[in-house]
Design a protein around this ligand. Structure first.
Ligand SMILES: [Mg+2]
Length: 381
């Protein structure tokens, strides 16, 4: 591989409206704020993306912070470095700034994309090659209305788009949430799997009281029922509810987090997200620990658009079996796209695209339209 000196790093914030309000325990989202990372290395452009859900509400990073960290401190550390030396690149990114995993991930993905394109390889090939060309893709029913969610689910089944449904709960009284979930689980019994994501909204007594009712209703997996820091509670809840797979999401960012969950038997499943793990190397480390401990992998999303979603898909495709599939539906929730190519979803799976790098280019016109860092000059008559 010839030298690919990093010549330019640009972080561009953009906002894209969603097709419907997306209700979660901690926020209701009507537009997604994303940050596109555009890098040039050895004359070749590469793209990465980070997004947040409701600003610094799901995690600690905001779009403004991601753009500032990636566009200044990480850029200063990386300009002039050889992008082709990916192990050194990842180590340098990790050392340059503490925390800030979303910003680091966007840059890590963009540099991997540039190196793959320079070599004429798909990103998955650069990472040693995919183990599969498609992965199951779940859909989140989060309209906030039971009848509308069932109708939406029926449509997804008939389109053969999704047969795994995730329900976002925790915003209402648990009795109300459980009744909502049970009605949906009954409607799709034997035809689709139903999972819930509580997004840390319950305390341990609430989870202890209501998780059995969810299992009884046919729910197969419950994501992060209690706070991410409360690993002992996760372990007690998992032990008390063996029929229900608990999934660690907010609680599992670093490889050390994954190791602790594995050692304490605190969950049966791990939600991967490059943004949580700080990029490619961190995601591989977390996946290796999970797999080694017998925990099922789940290809998670921060609801990135097409660029971040395809980067995640390439990476996940190299990691082996995803016992819980993926939720790489972010682009399907957005009204528009910053990419020149759409994701391919058919037969309940998302398919790995051809073409170098992540498999799409940036749509410069759309980026101009949706970017939020250039105020428009308004002149009155
Ligand atoms: Mg989650």
């Amino acid at each position: 591989m010839p030298r690919l000196p990093i010549e330019r790093i640009e972080a561009i914030p953009a906002r894209i409206p969603t097709i419907r309000p997306h209700h979660l325990a901690f926020a209701t989202v009507a537009a997604m704020d994303v940050v596109i990372l555009r890098v040039t290395a050895g004359g070749v452009e590469g793209y990465g993306e980070a997004s947040t859900i409701g600003g610094p509400r799901w995690g600690e990073e905001s779009p403004e912070g991601i753009a500032a960290i990636a566009g200044t401190y990480l850029a200063e550390a990386m300009l002039g470095q050889d992008a082709a030396q990916l192990n050194q690149v990842e180590a340098r990114i990790a050392r340059a700034v503490r925390g800030n995993h979303f910003a680091k991930s966007a840059l890590s993905l963009a540099l991997h994309d540039a190196v793959a394109r320079a070599g004429g390889l798909r990103l998955a090939e650069l990472l040693g090659g995919p183990q599969t060309n498609h992965l199951p893709i779940a859909w989140t029913l989060a309209s906030g209305d039971t009848a509308r969610d069932i109708e939406e689910g029926e449509r997804m089944l008939s389109l053969r788009r999704h047969r795994d449904f995730k329900l976002k709960i925790g915003a209402h009284a648990p009795e109300q949430d459980v009744a909502h979930v049970a009605a949906i689980a009954r409607a799709f019994e034997g035809r689709a799997s139903v999972r819930v994501d509580v997004n840390q909204a319950w305390d341990e007594p609430t989870a202890a009281r209501f998780l059995p009712a969810l299992a009884e209703a046919g729910v197969v997996m419950a994501e992060q029922p209690v706070a991410g820091w409360n690993v002992p509670a996760m372990a007690r809840l998992q032990r008390a509810n063996p029929r229900l797979a608990l999934m660690g999401d907010e609680g599992i960012a670093t490889p050390q987090d994954a190791l602790r969950h594995a050692a304490e038997a605190a969950c049966h499943a791990v939600a991967l997200k490059p943004a949580k793990h700080g990029g490619v190397a961190g995601t591989r480390a977390v996946a290796t620990i999970a797999r080694t401990a017998g925990l099922g992998l789940y290809g998670g999303t921060m609801l990135e658009g097409t660029i971040g979603t395809l980067a995640s898909l390439h990476l996940y495709s190299t990691l082996g079996e995803h016992a819980w599939g993926t939720e790489l539906f972010g682009p399907l929730l957005l009204r528009d796209s910053l990419a020149t190519r759409e994701i391919e979803v058919r037969d309940f799976a998302i398919h790995l695209p051809d073409g170098p790098g992540i498999g799409t280019d940036l749509d410069e016109d759309k980026l101009e339209h949706f970017r939020t860092d250039r105020s428009r000059l308004l002149v009155s008559g």
